[in-house]
Design a binder for this molecule. Structure first.
Ligand code: CAA
Length: 295
């Protein structure tokens, strides 16, 4: 594999493009918005500069990585790719539309992967004529830092596709883990109920935001507390994943916390809106200003 297309240049898409380009793949980064693509390229450049400053890569590596990425606003730019990784917005209709079109325009050997955090891979595969070549590649945020890739087999994903994607993920320096196509897969099936429980605990007054996060950071050695992590992931994303678990597993233990719903309805989405369980100041790095709910 040499030519990779990444669809969607948001947080996940630009991170995915970054790691492929840094491993010397030719990356076509595709988004409907040129403005978003320009922003993605500056984010990648900033993250590479940080790595140069820390002597993790040379300036030559940084330049080569950036040279490996071209940006495009048409899906057809990905037609000649060996692998397409879709990281568009987490909306089922949008994703299904993209896969339908990709299936029409890509060569028959192209593998189509989705970075979906919760939409069933078999459902995505069903809109294509190549279900054996459709697979989940679920990267974690921030992609350049986090080593896990959940490799999700749909009902009809072929063993050959899985093998190629596992090898490719290792080539990126990642740690791929093969899982099956259940709601939330493994990562979100376990992570999101923990975050939801933290929000319920907050709502019930068990403790304040900082206290809940400190318990999990100091007591369980998590790098971020669950409420800070929820803000980092996006409260809208957390809510939509809880809804997928609730509906897909038909079990009320996955019901989203009313406080989570209330915050999302109020537009408090976490870091991206500047307000979630904490308040954030925008800058080169998001700075936590204050926890909002005290015990
Ligand atoms: N790109 C490249 N490098 C980055 C980066 C980015 N976007 N963000 C941070 N880094 C690097 C920094 O340069 C730094 O590198 P060194 O170790 O070489 O110094 C390192 O990551 C740590 O960064 P910071 O010192 O700035 O901050 P930190 O120590 O607080 O770590 C963190 C930040 C890596 C995000 C850490 O807090 C962490 O691991 N948090 C948990 C992240 C997590 O759980 N992600 C999974 C979310 S769930 C998901 O993604 C799936 C889903 O479907 C919802």
């Amino acid at each position: 594999m040499k030519k990779i297309a990444v669809i969607g240049s948001g947080t996940m898409g630009n991170g995915i493009a970054h790691v492929f380009a840094q491993t010397n793949y030719e990356v076509r980064l595709i988004d409907i918005s040129q403005d978003q693509l320009d922003k993605a390229l500056s984010t990648i450049a900033r993250n590479l500069d940080r790595m140069v400053a820390k002597d993790k890569i040379s300036e030559t590596d940084r330049d080569a990585t950036l040279n490996n990425i071209t940006t495009h606003t048409e899906l057809s730019a990905g037609a000649e790719s060996d692998l397409v990784v879709e990281a568009a917005t987490e909306n089922e209709d949008i994703k299904l539309g993209i896969f339908k079109e990709l299936d029409d325009i890509c060569g028959e050997d192209t593998i189509l992967a989705s970075n979906t955090s919760s939409i069933p891979i078999s459902k995505i595969a069903a809109v294509t004529n190549r279900p054996g070549k459709v697979i989940g590649m679920h990267f974690m945020n921030p992609v350049p830092v986090m080593r896990l890739v959940e490799v999700i087999n749909g009902r009809e994903t072929s063993a050959g596709t899985t093998k190629l994607v596992m090898e490719l993920s290792r080539d990126l320096g990642k740690f791929p883990v093969e899982v099956n196509d259940f709601p939330g897969f493994v990562a979100n099936r376990i992570l999101m109920p923990m975050i939801n429980e933290a929000i319920i605990s907050l709502d019930e007054g068990v403790a304040g935001v900082a206290e809940i996060d400190d318990v999990m950071k100091i007591g369980m050695a998590h790098p971020m507390g669950p409420l800070h992590l929820a803000d980092f992931i996006g409260l809208d994303v957390c809510l939509s994943i809880m809804e997928v678990l609730h509906e897909g597993l038909s079990n009320d233990k996955y019901a989203p916390s009313p406080l989570l719903l209330e915050l999302v309805n109020a537009g408090n989405l976490g870091v991206k809106s500047g307000q979630g369980f904490y308040t954030y100041e925008r800058g080169s790095k998001e700075i936590v200003v204050a926890a909002r709910f005290q015990s």
